[in-house]
Design a protein around this ligand. Structure first.
Ligand code: ADP
Ligand code: ASP
Ligand code: MG
Length: 463
């Protein structure tokens, strides 16, 4: 059994969906379970519907609903030719559009939106794409079965970032998915969405389809997890900043985890953890270029060939500087600080301490006022926004202290606000002003990955 996940651009129109079907066909002998995202852009449009409705802009919200409806009807027209399923799907699309309109109407009356309603609205994207894709497979003579992820991806009720309850997910997935796979069906299901134990729709966070796929891959002991997207694999940097970024042929679980955590959008930050637990290889591949091998992410054998593999960045970060002459040498100073972060569910993405202060980089500032208020009871705290964490990742960084010098000398005149080397010693992160991201990433890429650099070692693992 293998798990294949196709992202938004891989299912954005009928041509893309036909490609997906052909890719799945080549893997039939391996019993694929297929996770799909909403068609590219649809989740954003649905969330727009939610926001516009809450702002009382019902007509604008309706325009988005109509656009979503028309786009999916077009998909049905182009992909489904048998009369009965065509009418069935058109009917379903019409029902969903009405449900969305009713939700929008109700939200606009209340004038505010809860996480619960946002999740319900967002779920329509994956529900629409998956039902069309499953039927399109049938039309192309693939025996497929649509399974609603809300039947097995059971989560808590932290709406918009719900946490799967693994034992329940495992039990349900084994009961629902496994028998179908064993009977030769291609199971098609939705990434990103789930439901609470009492059946209320949830989502597991933006970009979460990768995570849905890896959870099920791990719980069902898949032989492989494939993440199909719109680039040739994991690249040495974000291609929107470095158009010439190179494909990485192989990388370790830890490298991929760190990269995703520090902002490389190609993988949801939690994707790799379930794969590590069962040592399941993860492939990142291009659905527009399926003959290409993509990137293999696997357990490191300790012989990683090159020093650095990739550069990631996380924009819109805020730095907090916390000082307390009174408490600094107190053994519980750090505990006091981090219990406040924990209380407000705010993740510290990087931390540095000096003799007199602690600096913490955070991304989520929704509870910043509360954090500041509580910390100011025992320390002085200041914040500065508009920052970015840039991070260089590579298993061999720990064995090559010289690379640190190369990194920072290439950034000479760029203002560095903070430096932190991860405890795993496979990443070096630092904080720059948001405006300097592009320049910093470009210089680092040039230093670490250009052909003229002293990276001959790496030639075998990059394209
Ligand atoms: P999907 O919809 O398939 O999940 P995403 O848009 O979430 O696709 O992720 C793929 C995108 O991630 C690429 O189009 C690319 O622009 C971006 N990206 C950022 N950093 C990297 C990187 N290091 N390697 C590959 N892609 C990256
Ligand atoms: N459709 C969801 C999103 O856009 C989930 C995903 O694509 O992974 O965030
Ligand atoms: Mg994604």
């Amino acid at each position: 059994m293998i798990v294949m996940k196709f992202g938004g651009t891989s299912v954005e129109d009928s041509d893309a969906i036909r490609k997906v079907i052909e890719i799945v066909r080549t893997e039939l002998h391996r019993n694929p379970i297929v996770f799909v995202s909403a068609c590219a852009g649809v989740t954003n449009q649905l969330l727009k519907v939610a926001d516009l409705s809450a702002a009382g802009k019902k007509d604008e919200a309706n325009d988005y609903i109509t656009a979503i409806r028309t786009r999916h009807e077009k998909l049905v027209d182009e992909l489904i030719h048998s009369e009965l399923p065509k009418n069935y799907l058109k009917g379903k699309i019409s029902v969903y559009a009405h449900e969305l309109k009713n939700l929008s109407q109700a939200i606009s009356v209340i004038g505010e939106i809860t996480g619960r309603s946002r999740d319900t609205i967002a779920s329509y994207g994956e529900r629409l794409s998956s039902m069309i894709i499953a039927q399109a497979m049938e039309e192309s003579s693939l025996k497929s079965m649509l399974v609603d992820a809300r039947e097995f991806m059971i989560t808590n009720d932290s709406f918009t970032k719900a946490v799967p309850i693994f034992p329940v997910v495992e039990e349900r997935a084994k009961k629902l998915i496994e028998p179908l796979v064993l009977n030769g069906y291609v199971v098609v299901t939705q990434g990103f969405i789930g439901a609470t134990q009492s059946g209320i729709t949830t989502t597991i966070g933006r970009g979460g389809s990768d995570y849905s796929a890896s959870i099920i891959g791990s719980l069902l002991d898949a032989a492989e997890i494939q993440i199909w997207t719109d680039v040739d694999g994991v690249l040495t940097a974000d291609p929107s900043i470095i158009p010439g970024a190179r494909r990485i042929k192989r990388m370790s679980f830890n490298e991929a985890s760190e990269l995703a955590y520090f902002g490389a959008r190609v993988l949801h930050p939690k994707t790799i953890l379930p794969a590590i637990e069962k040592n399941i290889p993860v492939y990142v591949r291009n659905s527009r270029n399926p003959s290409y091998q993509g990137t293999l992410i696997r357990r490191s054998d300790g012989n990683e060939e090159c020093i650095a593999k990739s550069i990631a960045y996380k924009e819109r970060t805020t730095l907090l500087n916390i000082e307390s002459s009174r408490m600094f040498l107190a053994p519980d100073f750090l505990e006091a600080i981090f219990s406040v972060f924990s209380k407000y569910h705010t993740i510290a993405h990087a931390v540095a301490t000096s003799e007199v202060s602690v600096t913490v980089a955070i991304e989520d500032t929704s509870r910043l006022d509360d954090i500041k208020r509580e910390i100011s009871e025992f320390a002085e705290i200041t914040s500065s926004g508009g920052k970015a964490i840039v991070c260089v990742v590579g298993e061999n960084i720990r064995n090559n202290p010289g690379v640190v010098g190369r990194i920072f000398s290439s950034l000479r005149d760029i203002r560095i606000n903070m430096i932190s080397q991860g405890a795993s010693e496979i990443n070096i992160g630092f904080v720059v002003d948001d405006d300097d991201i592009e320049e910093a990433v470009r210089r680092l890429h040039n230093e670490l990955f250009s052909n003229t650099s002293s990276q001959e070692l790496s030639s075998e693992i990059f394209d």
